[in-house]
Write a protein that binds this ligand. Structure first.
Ligand code: ZN
Length: 153
């Protein structure tokens, strides 16, 4: 399903169109030292509205979703310095962390990515923000971008 991201070879227009139909942007993840610090910019300066806030303890983050049209901006506050977002902030500071694409069947997407040699961070999906199934693909397989696959339940 995500072959266009991983295999830089020419495919027919028809093939691309079929893939694109099943995918759409779900959200963009932004690492921030605190949700309040993020809201000071994205809500207070840019005027975005908060949709939901929750703690996803399995992923070591507090998450705040802001609506942008029919997609979202996801503010990520680490629950501690040893979490993946905590380490990201220590290394790079606040900023864009990942992009998330919605898929219909995350299990088959992961199987296809694995078959095509992508480096999966999550071999099997886990429960993410909003009770969605999520799985991350390593930036080394996706043009330097940390990619999150999301399947809404
Ligand atoms: Zn995300």
């Amino acid at each position: 399903m995500l072959s266009a991201f991983l295999v830089p070879r020419i495919r027919s227009t028809k093939h691309k169109a079929q893939n694109a139909k099943h995918m759409k942007f779900d959200h963009i993840g932004i690492a921030t030292k605190s949700i309040e610090e993020g809201l000071a910019v994205w809500r207070d300066v840019l005027g975005l509205e908060v949709d939901s806030t929750e703690e996803v303890t399995e992923q070591g983050v507090k998450v705040c979703m802001l609506a942008v049209g029919d997609t979202h901006l996801e503010l990520l506050e680490p629950l501690g310095p040893e979490t993946s977002v905590g380490k990201f902030l220590a290394k790079r500071g606040p900023g864009m962390h990942h992009i998330a694409i919605q898929v219909n069947d995350i299990h088959s997407s992961l199987a296809e990515l694995k078959r095509k040699g992508a480096r999966l961070i999550d071999e099997t999906p886990r429960v993410g923000a909003g009770g969605c199934l999520v799985a991350f693909v390593h930036p080394s397989s996706v043009n330097g971008v940390l990619l999150e696959l999301v399947q809404h339940q």
